[in-house]
Design a protein around this ligand. Structure first.
Ligand code: SF4
Length: 372
């Protein structure tokens, strides 16, 4: 089983109004963080086979042009990156330039993920984004000119007061750009963010469901199909890195606040790095705890696999489950499976247990019956 590598870049130009991720405005600690990330790679087993690399954040595109190429070179020295590795970098439209994208492409980055979020400039201002939709279009054009074929855009739905017609207009404007992947998440207003302090119309659950359904329908018109609750892709353009997560496969998480999961000494471990940038630097270069590890029991690991894999429309792979756990899924969970299928929330074939569209909306209800 190959491993995925996630590298968290904890810097942005400025904080968006809805953001609760670990990121800070870019400052003079950036070179130290790059050095620390390289150092942290040495904590993981040398020559581990890596299938996908994902530079997330934060905003990797705020760094110097040579930062990600340097990190990738260090990863190639420490690990074995497969020849057809998927290597993704997140970018924000206002901070990409042709020179940056050329440097990334030359280093082997072969997939971009743009934080577009909306095609409506008023919404972009509300979200505290620094770009306009015109700039997003320009960034995607630069990406194509630099030779990137695989381009994702993130889009947010259920914005305060947003009608379904307005969301659909956003979606059409974005999909018309010819991207091959879309991640589309409902806005979640987190406590402690500036957005939570604003007097905004209350978000409506029914509208969120309506918009999610229309995302599936409209994406299909452009040849993108839902393959996970919130993700849509053209055939062959699914994000392999995220599939690692949904298949509950191992991944190393590097950087402040990065999470990882892997087998060590026969146990399944989930790790979470310290979220504070200074504490992270101190832990890597001096003293302090870099990471908390949690040992996951066998039953819990199985449940996590069910929870993650049933997010995909392909569903849980019965043979892979049996190979990993030595347990026949259809026997161990017969009651829960029968119950979900009888309610029209799931289907069972010879190879997969998959949730229906309604089942994806009610996934928590389905999972409850797998908890016994
Ligand atoms: S660009 Fe992303 S990580 Fe940075 S502040 Fe905005 S939402 Fe948060």
């Amino acid at each position: 089983m190959n491993t995925a590598l996630y590298i968290h870049i904890p810097f942005c130009r400025q904080k968006c109004s809805y953001c609760s991720f670990v990121s800070a405005p870019l400052d003079k600690r950036a070179p130290a963080v790059i050095a620390a990330l390289k150092q942290e790679m040495c904590l993981y087993p040398k020559n581990t086979k890596i299938d996908t690399v994902f530079f997330g954040g934060g905003t990797p595109s705020v760094l110097e042009n040579n930062a990600l190429p340097q990190l990738l070179a260090a990863a190639r020295e420490r690990f074995i990156l497969s020849e057809n590795s998927e290597i993704t970098a997140e970018a924000n439209p206002e901070s990409v330039t042709p020179a940056l994208l050329a440097a990334w492409r030359a280093a082997g980055i072969n997939r971009l993920s743009f934080g577009v979020q909306s095609a409506n400039d008023e919404n972009l201002r509300l979200l505290g984004r620094l770009h306009t939709f015109v700039e997003a279009k320009k960034a995607i054009r630069y990406a194509r000119e630099a030779g990137f074929e695989h381009i994702n855009a993130d889009l947010i739905y259920n914005l305060p007061g947003q009608s379904t017609a307005a969301f659909e207009a956003d979606l059409h404007a974005l999909l018309a750009l010819g991207i091959d992947h879309l991640s589309c998440y409902a806005l979640s207003i987190e406590e402690g963010t500036p957005l939570a302090e604003m007097p905004l119309p209350i978000q409506d659950e029914d509208i969120a469901v309506e918009q999610w359904m229309s995302a599936g329908r409209i994406c299909a018109q452009y040849g993108l199909h839902r393959y996970e609750v919130s993700n849509y892709a053209k055939p062959g353009a699914q994000c392999r890195h995220n599939l690692h997560y949904w298949h509950n496969d191992p991944y190393f998480g590097l950087g402040p606040a990065a999470h990882g999961a892997r087998r060590a000494n026969g146990c399944w471990l989930r790790t979470a790095n310290v979220p504070d940038i200074n504490a992270y630097l101190q832990a890597v270069f001096g003293e302090g705890t870099l990471s908390q590890s949690t040992q996951i029991g066998r039953e819990e690991e199985q449940f996590e696999s069910i929870m993650l894999e049933t997010r995909t429309t392909e569903g849980l792979r019965l043979a892979a489950f049996e190979a990993r756990y030595g347990v026949r899924f259809t026997e161990r969970y017969k009651t829960a499976i029968d119950c979900a299928c009888a309610q029209g929330l799931a289907t069972l074939s010879n190879t997969h247990f998959a949730l229906t569209e309604r089942g994806l909306l009610l996934q928590n209800r389905v999972l409850l019956s797998f908890m016994d």
